[in-house]
Design a protein around this ligand. Structure first.
Ligand code: GLN
Length: 487
């Protein structure tokens, strides 16, 4: 029997729909793999053994009855802890939501189930998606499968670690400032943040509502395109979802990129960029150039303000979004309080971790009447300038190419006492969220010490098709095959 856990989602779907293998066999292969390696990696917070097998059986029954099956038939997937599922719990890896059962499925969950994916369980994250290492999880540690002493990145660290360690074929994470792309880069997988509005946020527990998007982490580009076909689209329950006709994101895979203009923003190739990462990103650029792309220099002059703007806007929105976790309606309530205000204080002080409390305080501060104009309003104005930078740059190119992260995965504990150091990890990914444009991180090799390195491609809003075309072309010609780590 093949090791189905080594296969791509595309291969699995073909084999299941074509009757070469049953969905149950595939699910069993992945569940066994989880049992064998996840104790070391720690990607999963919940494994739904019985339910996954029942879902797989339902897919097999459809096939046996000659019915049509969905686009992800029998594909074993995992979901980040902040995507609502009626099954199991939705904890956002926070103590305040320990044991919380969502009364409904997120739109993305519904779509995945409707297309016959098999949900293996939920995966770890930084609490409420705040962080870049998954060390802020209140539940457990997650290791980088390539070096267990290192972080997988974050906040979708469990997602990236599960795809890299082959314990799910696709994982769905969320990206507010880099949380899909940065862990994808650290773990050597593909991670796509869609255009803001491409994917419904209904049932995605909100961190920063003007920045959050759900997206796939996969083993290859084609799988990312397949996943996008399933999860995209207008949702009447999310007013910010875009009303666009359904699109086949695989349609341009395999098309030549001859004549495509790829811009390198000069502000991204600065001293902070490690030399190993720089060399591999330059090599990736060369691969695309050899395929006929024209490489041009572009400028994104307001890049230097992106981290500051993000750490005003995102905490401001978070402070409003997280106000609902007050011990009254959801999850944890401090048992020992004399009155309601003491209950609020004790619940939040004990229920939220340090980083989440820091964000709530930052956000409350920048929105307070005395500081609103100086911080929040000013940040919104600079956000507009950052968006305009991209509008300008995309007049001169179709795709922008940058590093995903300044360095490779760092060791656990290395940055956890220095919030600013941690925030600087997002320097290359944050601007895409502020501007609402899509971005993909792709593996482009390994460092001398064997750690994956990623680079990022960005496109105009709603041009995921060209983004995936370029990414696929790179993948086909780059000869970067990290394989599966030895665990
Ligand atoms: N690391 C960033 C933060 O802590 C981004 C997180 C995210 O994209 N969810 O805010």
């Amino acid at each position: 029997m093949s090791n189905w856990f080594e296969k791509s989602a595309f291969e699995i779907r073909e084999a299941v729909a074509g009757g070469t293998v049953t969905a149950r066999e595939v699910a069993t292969s992945f569940l066994d793999r989880i049992d064998a390696v996840d104790e070391k990696v720690g990607a999963y917070t919940q494994v739904w053994h019985d339910e996954a097998l029942a879902q797989a059986d339902a897919v097999d029954a459809k096939i046996a009855a000659g019915k049509l099956v969905g686009a992800l038939a029998g594909v074993p997937i995992s979901l980040k802890e902040l995507i609502c599922t009626q099954s199991g719990e939705t904890t956002c890896s926070s103590k305040i939501l320990a044991g919380f059962q969502s009364p409904y499925d997120a739109t993305v969950t519904q779509k995945l189930l409707a297309d016959d994916a098999v949900v293996l369980g939920k995966v770890n994250m930084d609490e409420f998606a705040m962080g870049s290492s998954t060390e802020n999880s209140a539940v457990q540690k997650t290791s980088n499968p390539w070096d267990l002493s290192r972080v997988p990145g974050g906040s979708s660290g469990g997602s990236a670690a599960s795809v890299a360690s082959a314990t799910s074929a696709i994982s769905f994470g969320s990206d507010t400032g880099g949380s899909i792309r940065q862990p994808a880069a650290f773990c050597g997988c593909v991670g796509l943040k869609p255009t803001y509005g491409r994917v419904s946020r209904y049932g995605l527990v909100a961190f920063a509502s003007s920045l959050d998007q759900i997206g796939p982490l996969t083993r290859d580009v084609r799988d990312a395109a397949l996943a996008m076909n399933v999860i995209s689209g207008k949702d009447p329950r999310d007013a910010t979802s875009a009303d666009l006709p359904a699109e086949d994101f695989t349609k341009k895979l395999g098309d030549s990129i001859a004549g495509l203009k790829i811009g390198l923003p000069k502000e991204y190739f600065v001293d902070a960029l490690g030399s190993e990462v720089r060399a591999l990103v330059e090599k990736a650029t060369k691969v695309l150039e050899d395929q006929g792309a024209e490489i041009v220099e572009v400028s994104l002059p307001h890049t230097e303000y992106a981290v500051s703007v993000y750490y005003i806007v995102a905490p401001a929105e978070a402070s409003a979004n997280l106000a609902r976790f007050d011990g009254v309606r959801y999850g944890f309530r401090h048992p020992d309080a004399k009155n309601v205000s003491e209950m609020y204080v004790k619940t939040k002080s004990e229920g939220f971790g340090e980083e989440v409390q820091r964000r709530i305080m930052l956000g409350t501060y920048v929105l307070s009447s005395g500081y609103y104009d100086a911080y929040y309003l000013k940040a919104q104005k600079v956000r507009t300038l950052i968006t305009q930078d991209f509008d300008e740059a995309f007049k001169a190119c179709d795709i922008i190419l940058t590093p995903t992260t300044p360095s490779t995965a760092f060791t656990m504990g290395e940055k956890s006492n220095d919030p600013l150091e941690m925030y600087l990890n997002d320097i290359f990914t944050i601007s895409a969220n502020l501007a609402g444009i899509p971005g993909i991180s792709l593996p482009c090799g390994t460092s001398a010490s064997g750690l994956p390195v990623g680079f990022q491609l960005l496109s105009k809003a709603f041009d995921e098709a060209t983004l995936l075309q370029t990414a696929h072309c790179y993948e086909q010609h780059a000869d970067v095959n990290l394989g599966i780590p030895n665990l």
